[in-house]
Design a binder for this molecule. Structure first.
Ligand code: ZN
Ligand code: ZN
Length: 261
């Protein structure tokens, strides 16, 4: 029970930070928040992703490249060009590390507008800190594991950020249904996406790139957006002026995609 709770808590918090802070805020700037709250969520992302923390700058540039070149050879992670999610993410890792170490020069249009915090993004973003996080997860398992097979979950804790990224990047461009025929292979994989907090509405998101709500049809629910509405009500974030996304077949075409029906 202690292992299941820890695993679920780590998974849920990590993917929430990835979609809310790294994706919707850092890469897309879909909403605003004060410097203090930005720091709070930046720290939460560093802590939650832990051993596999993804730096907002490198993440944002990588993700903006993905939107600009979705499912073309210049996309950092398109399943169209790889046999398995592992080979795809290995390729993505090389580009990510190039951006992180500033050995890859991004197009200037992909730069700026992302949060940066030298302490977390550079000073504490290293192998020693990653090993310390891994040791902490392992000690927890040593303390609470009730069966040896549970240790097989440890690699997912070590690599939670990239594992969740792989599920979204592979599944979201390969499996599911389409509301819109846009230029890429993006799909909506789950109608009630509790596994990745709404990230698997890739087809909707690639069509309405700047909309904070990834759900567009009446039967779709984006859990992260529900949390964002609460944060908006509490005046922690400000989504005023954001693109709105409700859409049903028969409505006018979406900004970047024709209806699939
Ligand atoms: Zn995006
Ligand atoms: Zn995508």
């Amino acid at each position: 029970m202690a292992i299941a709770s820890f695993f679920i808590a780590h998974w849920v918090l990590s993917i929430f930070c990835q979609t809310f802070f790294l994706h919707r805020y850092s890469a897309h700037r879909m909403f605003r928040m004060s410097k203090g709250w930005e720091r709070f969520f930046h720290f939460l992302t560093w802590f939650a992703q832990g051993a596999s923390y993804l730096q907002p700058r490198a993440y944002a540039i990588l993700h903006r490249m993905h939107h600009a070149y979705s499912d073309t050879p210049k996309d950092p992670h398109s399943p169209r060009f790889f046999a398995t999610p592992f080979s795809m993410m290995w390729h993505t890792k090389d580009i990510y590390l190039g951006l992180l170490g500033r050995k890859v020069e991004p197009e200037s249009r992909f730069e700026n507008g992302y949060p940066s915090w030298k302490l977390l993004d550079e000073t504490l973003n290293n192998m020693f800190v990653a090993v310390a996080f891994m040791a902490a997860y392992t000690l927890y398992y040593v303390q609470f594991a009730t069966s040896p097979w549970q240790y097989l979950l440890l690699p997912i804790h070590f690599l939670v950020g990239p594992v969740q990224g792989a599920i979204v990047n592979w599944g979201g461009h390969k499996y599911g249904y389409r509301n819109f025929f846009n230029k890429d292979d993006s799909k909506n994989t789950l109608v009630f996406d509790l596994v990745t907090w709404g990230e698997l509405f890739q087809n909707n998101h690639h069509t309405f790139g700047m909309a904070p709500n990834f759900a567009v049809r009446w039967f779709e629910i984006d859990p992260c957006y529900q949390v964002m509405k609460v944060l908006q009500f509490a005046r922690i974030i400000d989504m005023t002026g954001a693109q709105q996304t409700r859409w049903e077949p028969g409505d006018e075409a979406a900004p970047d995609g024709l209806p699939a029906e």
